[in-house]
Design a protein around this ligand. Structure first.
Ligand code: PHE
Length: 345
């Protein structure tokens, strides 16, 4: 067999092997056998020395051509294997468009958050900003500086979940009043804030009470705000929450941190004041407590009461939601029964 014939046979042999390769690994083995250091071509190069010197370049060229041919063929087989693999993969991963889709549920705000945001929107529109305070609060801010010294009988209503002798879970959002006043009094700055948040009391848990609930507090401190500003604010709030036709009624009350203090009733949104089960026949529903900030509180926080005065109000968000949506058990807000929650999406 002369050299050229030998080359031809090698190419044919290689071509058959390459064609039968099904994986990249098999192809790599064939490549090593024909194009690697110890390949048949390497052996043939050894035979060069037996040729006439003038025949050597032509033979060398033939070998190179053969190698290129095999190399090209390996490349094209690699591409074939690749597309075959993609095809198989796609076949496996193909999507059955007739299958029902995944049920992706959209999240939504809890009713309590919705009511908080409704109140926030109203107050932001009237120029208030939002403040927050810690739920673990000092006795000093929660009681003492709100004119509720250690022995004050009004503490009994709230006095409850102590962590240390001087630290407790805040019983109302009013300590945020103190914190805010302390930040602004030195510069004689006015205040117009609301503070939403969780509060904690020793209340027995029943249909209308929970040891943890949510409040929103409002505080205005400036040189001119009077009880008529408080009344106007309360009326706007009542209308926003319970409808344009609502009226309000103020009854004298007592909070140590406000003087005078009032309990605020709103005309019943169910019977329009005629008397029904919602308002227990009176036509009025109590919704919150409020009053003019007590001078003792302003002074303790560093305000000059010959210049500054203001008003505050505080309400329970659950109570508002219960009245607004006719909910009969406060515990429904916390138990996370989706059938309850979904009614208010
Ligand atoms: N802090 C009072 C409470 O929790 C509510 C209140 C706030 C009353 C502000 C008057 C002024 O009962």
């Amino acid at each position: 067999m002369n050299n050229l014939q030998q080359l031809k046979t090698i190419i044919e042999e290689a071509t058959t092997k390459i064609k039968s390769c099904l994986t990249f690994n098999e192809l790599a083995d064939v490549k090593a056998a024909y194009l690697g250091k110890k390949s048949v071509f390497a052996e043939m190069m050894q035979q060069m020395k037996d040729l006439q010197p003038e025949d050597r370049p032509a033979f060398g060229q033939k070998i190179n051509e053969a190698k290129t041919e095999i190399s090209d063929f390996i490349d094209s087989r690699r591409k074939e294997i690749e597309s075959e693999m993609i095809r198989i993969k796609l076949e496996k991963e193909s999507v059955d468009v007739s299958l029902p889709g995944k049920d992706i549920r959209q999240g939504a705000k809890h009713l309590i958050s919705q009511v908080i945001e409704e109140v926030e929107d109203l107050f932001i529109g009237m120029g208030y900003s939002i403040e927050e305070g810690p739920e673990i609060e000092s006795d000093l801010y929660n009681f003492e500086m709100l004119n509720l010294p250690k022995t004050h009988p009004a503490r009994d209503m709230q006095d409850s979940l102590y962590i240390t002798e001087d630290t407790l879970l805040r019983t109302h959002t009013s300590p945020v009043q103190v914190r805010t006043m302390l930040r602004h009094s030195a510069a004689n700055e006015p205040i117009k804030i609301i503070c939403p948040g969780k509060v904690y009391r020793k209340d027995d848990d029943d249909q209308t009470h929970s040891h943890q609930f949510t409040q929103i507090e409002a505080l205005v401190v400036d040189e001119s705000s009077s009880i008529s500003d408080l009344k106007g604010t309360l009326l706007v709030l009542a209308k926003k929450l319970f409808g344009e036709e609502r009226q309000i009624r103020l009854r004298p009350s007592y909070f140590p941190f406000t003087e005078p203090s009032v309990e605020v009733d709103v005309s019943c949104h169910k019977c329009n004041g005629a008397g029904c089960s919602m308002c227990k026949g009176s036509g009025w529903i109590e919704i919150l407590g409020a009053g003019m900030v007590n001078n003792a509180v302003l002074e303790a926080a560093g305000y000059d009461t010959s210049r500054f005065q203001g008003f505050a109000l505080g309400m329970g968000i659950e109570r508002i939601a219960i009245l607004k949506y006719g909910i009969d058990d406060i515990r429904a807000f916390y138990t996370n029964d989706m059938r309850f929650n979904r009614q208010f999406l």
